[in-house]
Design a protein around this ligand. Structure first.
Ligand SMILES: [Zn+2]
Ligand SMILES: [Zn+2]
Length: 357
């Protein structure tokens, strides 16, 4: 028996208690493989999970779901992949057999893999199970594309799906509330889809400033001016075609209603704190014929399309990655994202190695 090899991982022990530790490398799952993680995005949901009691005392735990790397060790019974293959792993694997999957809504798969309880990718290595191999969650990264770039595919997937579902297109005026990485993705994508005007609302000036490079036409700091009035003024009193609330604030959701034009669409894209309720003026929604849409996730086809977009030159993924840090600086990454200094933080496990990213 050879000694169990070690690896470094960012272990969560409790809210905001994240320690870099040496732990056992995952064993190769029967029928699966072990991925060496090269690049992994730090997601808003990761930050929420890492800084709250997200696992109700069940620690230590490794988060991280925007995973890109190379195959390091393969089970004999896994014939599809070989050592060195460059892969992006979408966290949720769908069965493609249940009613939701068969009706084009695999994002609501009834037999989705237990991805919230799998050890994640904030580590040097990540185990990919036979079930993941058999399903729809593994994508090959072309040779001419950096692995860093591919790490943006996962966060882009739900943005892509949302805009496809609500038909953001030529001539649209779009309001985005929240200029985090997701808001910036929304703006960039809306412009690629032909939107005419993007209005970005946010409470942090440095985020607003950075968002301008992604196609934002007007910025509004909602701490300094009434965002509803500002949107009305910028749209000749009419309101926007589509309003996307991409932030965790119930107040923003409440206000979003009044920013949409008659028969416009309002999307609740970002989750709010568990159990929090938003007070809505339903008479206003009713008499103005508004469409309210709760968006979550992406179906398998949209995950594929978003991946293709993320690695395409036109998306300019590199511009979103303001900070690329070694995994051991994950706590700094969290701070940089929270203050609005960073747009997207990408982490590099295996930080002492000079490997292709
Ligand atoms: Zn399914
Ligand atoms: Zn994510």
């Amino acid at each position: 028996m050879k000694m169990q090899a070690k690896m470094r991982a960012a272990m969560m022990y409790g809210p905001s208690d994240i320690r870099i530790e040496q732990i056992d490398r995952p064993a190769v799952p029967e029928g699966g493989f072990v991925l060496k993680v090269h690049s992994i995005g730090l997601c808003g949901s990761d930050i929420r999970n890492l800084t709250t009691d997200s696992r109700k005392g069940d620690y230590p735990f490794i988060y991280g779901h925007e995973i890109v790397g190379t195959v390091n060790e393969v089970s004999d019974s896994c014939t599809e992949y070989k050592v060195g293959d460059r892969l992006y792993i979408y966290p949720a694997d769908h069965c493609m057999k249940c009613e939701m999957c068969r009706t084009g809504h695999s994002e609501m798969c009834e037999n989705v893999g237990d991805y919230t309880n799998r050890q994640g990718g904030f580590a040097d290595y990540y185990a990919v199970s036979a079930e993941q191999v058999a399903r729809d969650s593994i994508y090959r990264v072309p040779e001419n594309v950096t692995l860093d770039r591919a790490s943006l595919a996962e966060p882009l997937s739900s943005v892509y799906a949302c805009q496809e579902n609500i038909g953001v297109g030529f001539g649209d005026t779009l309001v985005i509330i929240g200029a985090g990485p997701i808001g910036c993705f929304h703006s960039k994508l809306a412009k690629l889809r032909g939107a005419k005007t993007v209005i970005m609302i946010e409470i942090n000036d440095s985020r607003l400033e950075m968002a301008k490079q992604f196609g934002v036409d007007y910025t509004i700091n909602s701490m300094k001016e009434d965002p509803i009035e500002a949107v009305r003024r910028l749209t000749n009193g009419k309101g926007a075609d589509k309003v996307i609330s991409a932030n965790p604030s119930t107040q923003a959701q409440q206000q979003a209603i009044f920013m949409a034009k008659k028969t416009g669409i309002v999307v609740f894209f970002g989750g709010v704190a568990k159990g929090a309720l938003t007070e809505l003026d339903t008479n206003y929604i009713h008499y103005n014929g508004l469409w309210i849409y709760g968006h979550f996730g992406a179906n398998s086809m949209q995950v594929q399309k978003a991946f293709e977009l993320a690695i395409s030159d036109e998306f300019e993924a590199d511009r979103f990655m303001t900070h690329v840090l070694p995994l051991s600086q994950i706590n700094e990454g969290i701070q940089l994202t929270r203050t609005g200094e960073a747009i997207k933080v990408v982490l590099h496990p295996n930080e002492d190695e000079d490997i292709d990213r």
